[in-house]
Design a protein around this ligand. Structure first.
Ligand code: IPD
Ligand code: CA
Length: 265
């Protein structure tokens, strides 16, 4: 049984509390599909409620930390703080809205501009992916390691496709797909950037790339992949994968190949 560090315990407790509310709301969403307007407002409220719970719990446990959340609830506070939380209360919102059980809560802790810990909680499968710098990555109590596949033709690669209103360069993404797709065993667009990263760390996906994200989508996943032995590079050479929120994350074996394909597209 692995001893979870104090910071991870704080994150896990907050995620479980917010996850309970989201799971309850997810149960309701199914019933709302038939209404003409659909469950959009309901889901946006669920998202905001989850962020509120996370902010309260995390700030109570670490009052000196700043806070950056995806939902602008008017209380983002990161000014002059050495440490801050970076959270996505509901990653995979479109899945959630459609009753697809693939979404999560993502929490990262940053210190002096570097991600030092991350936790991704999937309330549906009850999986908690977590990592703290230098301590390795875990799923619940099991050590996580990226896959060892070397041959691209055997690799399952995840990405994120553009959608109406997304901050992605549609033409560029199509070129990237055209470059990677014919060389690999399969491409997945599962709909949660945070879970895509967690799955790379767990060796379920061999790699993942995406651009046009928010820092909250990938901050936790970044450290979890790295601590599981994976490599993470910025989409653009010389960039910063977390701050740019545009990255390529893979196992150690195929990294150079995928980076080359995606960057050249
Ligand atoms: C989205 C998901 C998705 C990615 C989008 C994100 P949201 O986050 O992570 O996989 O492709 O770019 O915005 O809206 O579900 O929190
Ligand atoms: Ca998100």
């Amino acid at each position: 049984m692995v001893m979870r560090p104090a910071l991870i315990n704080v994150m896990a407790k907050a995620a479980e509390k917010a996850g309970k509310g989201l799971s309850r709301d997810f149960g309701e969403v199914e019933h709302l599909q038939v209404s003409r307007k659909g469950p959009a407002d309901f889901v946006s409220n669920a998202d905001i409620k989850a962020q509120k719970i996370l902010r309260e719990e995390l700030t109570k446990a670490r009052p000196t930390f700043g806070f950056l959340g995806e939902e602008d609830d008017g209380e983002a506070d990161t000014s002059g703080k050495a440490e801050r939380w970076i959270i996505d209360p509901l990653d995979g919102t479109t899945n959630f809205l459609h009753g697809v059980p693939h979404w999560c809560i993502s929490i990262a802790a940053e210190k002096a501009g570097e991600v030092i810990a991350g936790l991704i909680y999937n309330p549906i499968t009850d999986e908690t992916f977590w990592a703290e710098r230098g301590l390795g990555a875990y799923c619940s109590n099991k050590r996580l390691r990226v896959s060892g596949r070397k041959d691209l033709s055997e690799c399952l690669i995840a990405t994120g496709l553009p959608f109406k209103g997304s901050k992605k360069n549609d033409a560029k993404v199509m070129k990237e797909l055209a470059a990677v797709m014919p060389k690999v065993a399969g491409i997945r667009r599962a709909g949660s950037a945070a879970l895509d990263m967690a799955y790379v760390a767990a060796g379920r996906f061999d790699g993942y790339w995406e651009e046009g994200l928010g820092i909250w989508d990938i901050a936790a996943g970044y450290i979890i992949v790295k601590e599981a032995g994976g490599f993470v590079s910025p989409m653009v050479k010389g960039g910063n994968p977390v701050k740019d929120a545009a990255l390529i994350a893979t196992n150690a074996e195929i990294h150079d190949k995928i980076v080359k394909l995606v960057r050249a597209a």
